[in-house]
Design a protein around this ligand. Sequence first.
Ligand code: ZN
Length: 161
Amino acid sequence: MAKNTPSMAKNMIRRSLLAVIDPYPSKAEIDLLWQYFQSSCAYCGVEIPRESRTGHMDHVVSSALGGSNSIYNHVLSCSRCNGDEKREESWQSFLTRKATTQTLLTERHSRISQWLAQLPAPTPKAQEIQSQVDAIISNALNNFDAAVKELRVLRADGTGT
Ligand SMILES: [Zn+2]
């Protein structure tokens, strides 16, 4: 039942435009992530055979909340933790629920925070252009909304003729 609704398309447009400025991780960076997390879920520790294609790169701070596409804003996650369970919860509180012992919690917490700590601070240039980036994207989305509206009017006019 996958339909391409305007709101899905709008999210995709927003993410695609953002990725022009803030690229998705490269293949080499993804390899590094798998190595660093030793092919295991950063949250629950389950092993994820890479060839199973069930591993996910979990956006730690979601892009809706301004999180970067950098590899250092991602952790390796099993599909259960990534899709069904974590949602918009903070990684710290999610990890607390997933780690069954204090030792595991401490270990995984430090592994994740050391990885995230490598996220570079935004450059002055990036901060400088941020408002322009926001304006350009918001303009594109407004144009999209306007197109949807015009098409809906046409559809309504055509009804019953
Ligand atoms: Zn997991």
